[in-house]
Design a protein around this ligand. Structure first.
Ligand code: ZN
Length: 161
């Protein structure tokens, strides 16, 4: 039987490019059969993770769409405390409003802008990484070509002598 969490991961990363996940409900929707939800004393549940700003990116991993911090969690972690500890510069952490009903229109706009900017940034990083790997494979191609061209050149030199 294939675990559902892997499929949820693919959906989450695909969705991140188009949806900013500014609301709890949308972040919670990325968690499918989350591993610690079944553990009776777990503090790190899908609800706690979504509330603390994280979307699902794998079995025990979560990522913040506002600062792009990706963490692996333990069942007894407090996602909000971990987010504050590791994402001190995060717009969501700085806002510090875990209760969505206290969000103002300005807060919501700021979070939406941050999420869109970070999603674009992540997209650009992917493009740059793609170019880098393409460039290195082109270099490999060039060196192979050079190596192939050198052989007949040497033969020609020998023949000329
Ligand atoms: Zn964050």
């Amino acid at each position: 039987m294939a675990p559902g969490s892997k499929r949820a991961t693919a959906t989450a990363s695909k969705k991140l490019e188009t949806a900013p996940y500014i609301f709890y409900k949308d972040r919670l929707g990325t968690y499918k059969n989350y591993i610690y939800d079944e553990e009776p004393h777990a503090t790190c549940t899908s609800k706690a993770l979504a509330r603390a700003g994280f979307i699902s990116t794998g079995e025990d991993a979560g990522k913040c769409p506002f600062c792009l911090k990706e963490l692996c969690f333990d069942a007894n972690d407090d996602p909000w405390e971990e987010h504050k500890k590791r994402g001190a510069e995060c717009a969501f952490v700085l806002l510090g409003k875990l209760d969505e009903t206290t969000l103002t229109v300005a807060d919501t706009i700021k979070l939406a802008q941050t999420a869109v900017i970070m999603a674009k940034y992540e997209e650009q990083v992917k493009i740059v990484n793609g170019l880098e790997s393409r460039a290195s494979s082109e270099n490999l191609y060039d060196s192979i070509l050079k190596a192939l061209k050198q052989k007949p050149a040497r033969t020609t030199t020998r023949r000329a002598k």
